[in-house]
Design a protein around this ligand. Structure first.
Ligand SMILES: C[S@@+](CC[C@H](N)C(=O)[O-])C[C@H]1O[C@@H](n2cnc3c(N)ncnc32)[C@H](O)[C@@H]1O
Length: 318
């Protein structure tokens, strides 16, 4: 997308140009020092980021400072501090979940390949960078990733209008897919996607993706910014989706699981279902099993395996 057609949510004025010039001057000088001190080979995306690479990059290009510099640019460009992608938060341990000590290659690994090996940027590139940080490739929010959920929904008989709640909806492709399926089945369906990233909610509702091809926004879906642990909705919802959230890096503790299960119970319609899926890499099984056990112990009827859970309230028809 050309920046000329970007809506006014991104402020790209002279103050931003001056701030980008300052950022580039600092980081270009540091980059040149890094290149002088580190003859090839250098890190590239086909290599794992290990302690040796982290040390070499951190000495010249400390990632916490780099992220801090981008955060200041984001503050100038975006409508409100709450819009700054969480990836630019003041704690950046999530960039290297295993060690908690990230480096610039960890930051590049989070982004689409075109950002690898770069520390400077242009004003026109800022919307795409911020959008990519809010909607990184690893979120992989494309439709078609939870076929078991679609099969299960296809088996139900929908007689009443249905509102689907999608908790941690990303940019809403999955929400739109489920609403479209229910509509194809003759059900009067609509959806609400909840995410804590305002830029995701904006991209989902406008279909405007500065970092990838634009798309038609999903029909019948609206987006609300909010937390899974304190949902900004009342309900009741006959279908609650929660994919790619539970047991992932955002929601791992038993306390968070309890609060989220409490929120599901609060908003779920009598006889409704909660579908909890994930496509995480191996290594999340213990957390997923813990969530499943906790649900079973707190009044939920549980079916499916840990990566494809189906929850209903005991006493309610599933
Ligand atoms: C891995 S993506 C999954 C997106 C989508 N559900 C899917 O599976 O295709 C995780 C999503 O949850 C959102 N998220 C993370 N923590 C959250 C929280 N505490 N409350 C609400 N949304 C959250 C992220 O911004 C992102 O939209």
């Amino acid at each position: 997308m050309s920046t000329g057609s970007l809506p006014a949510i991104f402020r790209l004025d002279e103050a931003v140009s001056a701030a980008v010039a300052r950022h580039n001057a600092v980081w270009q000088a540091r980059w040149e020092r890094f290149l002088a001190m580190n003859p090839p080979p250098r890190w590239n995306p086909s290599l794992p980021v290990d302690a040796e690479w982290r040390m070499r990059y951190e000495i010249c290009l400390p990632v916490a400072e780099y992220v801090g510099s981008l955060r200041r640019l984001a503050r100038l460009v975006l409508p409100h501090p709450s819009w700054i992608p969480l990836a630019l938060g003041t704690t950046i341990a999530h960039l290297a979940p295993r060690t908690g000590f990230p480096s610039l290659p960890d930051f590049w690994s989070y982004l689409p390949l075109e950002w690898w090996g770069r520390v400077t940027l242009t004003v026109a590139e800022l919307p795409a960078l911020l959008a990519a940080l809010a909607d990184p490739p690893q979120f992989g929010t494309a439709a078609g990733r939870y076929p078991n959920q679609l099969a299960l929904l296809r088996e139900q008989h929908w007689t009443e209008p249905v509102t689907v709640l999608d908790v941690g909806c990303g940019t809403g492709e999955g929400t739109g897919e489920v609403v479209a399926l229910l509509r194809e089945m003759g059900c009067q369906a609509s959806g609400i996607g909840v995410t804590r990233e305002p830029l995701e909610a904006w991209m989902g509702s406008t279909g405007c993706f500065p970092h990838r091809s634009s798309a038609t926004p999903p029909t019948g879906v609206r987006f609300v910014v909010g937390e899974a642990e304190a949902l900004p909705v009342i309900g009741p919802f006959a279908v609650v989706l929660c994919n790619g959230l539970i047991g992932g890096r955002f929601v791992q503790t038993e306390a968070a699981f309890r609060r989220i299960l409490g929120e599901f119970a609060r908003v779920l319609a009598r006889g409704g279902i909660v579908l909890v899926g994930c496509r995480f890499h191996a290594g999340r099984e213990a957390a997923l099993a813990q969530f499943r056990q906790l649900a079973a112990a707190t009044g939920w009827q549980v079916a499916g395996d840990c990566r494809d859970l189906v929850l209903g309230r005991l006493g309610g028809k599933v």
